[in-house]
Design a protein around this ligand. Structure first.
Ligand SMILES: Cc1ncc(C[n+]2csc(CCOP(=O)(O)OP(=O)(O)O)c2C)c(N)n1
Length: 364
């Protein structure tokens, strides 16, 4: 069992496929080469879709965006959830949503400022995107506790960054999960930064994975750019949580190649040399090397994969951009099931203000 074998307190971490695409055969999980190829193709679309979002923002066609560049293998963990499970995302999870089956056009629409883009996610058992750092682990624990109380074998997998582990709500969630043995899988994508704050000043702990020990359940640190390690850790964690063996924490070591969001400039706080040092650990490069070694990848095929990806992404952009523009009131209507009196008051105030200013800026 991987969670017992790799002890974060001893500085042990799981890696199965190294940066050159070589596999530790003893640890090789039950992922067929066909499935690996399929994951490579979807992760390639994810990367192109991500870069396209960044370009759209730079062209003034999207509001803000939080890139996933470099974190594609960690984000692909969402492909290993069952239909009956819940995905609880932060703002960084466009790749995870995509792997879960949320439409790209919907994701684009959301980041273009139209919340209706993600209306359908509840049917996929995905919670709304959470921007308040560290708050969604509590939601995931609530959801998974509800599942447990109802006797439904469903796990809530919650995504957050290394910075989020400094929030009190993260610790409350971990404690509650431990005490009530909820079927929760905590996924920390440790991309080494919380905006400009490096991981090494975020916590004195040697790892984030070891924090699970304090709450009485198991944690593991893995190389999050290694899709085999991601799959193996997810499989064990999901099954343990589902079968009542306890919540699990997976720390996925990765690296954010791009900016935190389109609103910051990482060259102000990050050494160019550090970025270069991390580039060879790219999650897609190692997969390409692996597949190539198995005779399942060629440059010619890469062109085909990229052509198909380009068509898929362009179509999503066209759909998102042709959607009817949102009404100002839409921002109030897509989270709560029932009308919330506090939000209703805010909405009425906003509409009155808009009428007063005929849509122009108040006090203009
Ligand atoms: C409660 C709260 N405090 C501060 C912020 C501003 N903020 C947005 S993202 C972020 C950093 C989060 O870093 P991390 O948890 O490591 O996730 P990453 O963005 O690297 O994926 C901060 C401080 C916020 N959104 N919410």
């Amino acid at each position: 069992m991987l969670f017992d074998r790799f002890d974060p307190l001893k500085g042990e971490r799981l890696e199965i496929m190294d940066k050159d695409g070589r596999v530790n055969e003893e640890l090789r999980p039950d992922l067929s080469d066909e499935r690996i190829k399929e994951l490579y193709v979807r992760m390639s679309v994810m990367r192109l879709a991500d870069r396209t979002a960044l370009n759209l923002q730079r062209e003034g066609r999207m509001g803000t965006y939080a890139p996933v560049y470099g974190q594609e293998a960690s984000q692909a963990s969402a492909a290993f959830l069952g239909k009956e499970d819940w995905l609880v995302p932060s703002y960084r999870e466009s790749g995870a949503l995509f792997m879960r089956g949320v439409s790209l056009s919907g994701i684009y629409r959301y980041w273009m400022g139209d919340e209706r883009g993600l209306i359908g996610i509840k049917d996929l058992r995905v919670l709304p995107i959470e921007v308040v750092v560290g708050s969604q682990p509590l939601h995931a624990v609530g959801v998974s506790w509800a599942m447990k109380l109802r006797g439904i074998k469903s796990v809530a997998a919650v995504y957050f960054g290394d910075g989020a582990t400094s929030e009190g709500s993260f610790h409350e969630a971990m404690n509650f999960a431990g005490v009530f043995n909820t079927p929760t899988v905590f996924i920390c994508q440790n991309n080494q930064f919380a905006i400009s704050v490096p991981r090494k000043v975020q916590t004195r702990s040697k790892s984030i994975a070891q924090k699970a020990n304090a709450y009485g359940f198991k944690g593991i640190q893995i190389y999050g750019n290694d899709i085999m390690a991601v799959y193996a850790a997810m499989k064990e964690a999901m099954s343990d949580a589902r079968e009542g063996r306890g919540p699990r924490l997976i720390e996925m070591l990765t690296y954010r190649f791009g900016p935190h969001t389109t609103a910051d400039d990482p060259t102000k706080y990050r050494d160019a040399a550090e970025l270069e040092k991390n580039k060879p650990f790219d999650p897609l490069i190692r997969l390409r090397l692996y597949l190539s070694g198995r005779g399942m990848w060629s440059e010619e095929e890469e062109y085909e994969i990229m052509d198909a990806a380009k068509a898929e992404v362009e179509k999503a952009v066209a759909i998102a951009e042709s959607a009817p523009p949102p009404e100002p009131s839409d921002i109030f209507h897509n989270t709560w099931k029932r009308e919330h009196p506090y939000l209703k008051r805010q909405e009425d105030e906003m509409l009155a203000l808009l009428r007063e200013t005929e849509g122009g800026a108040p006090n203009a």
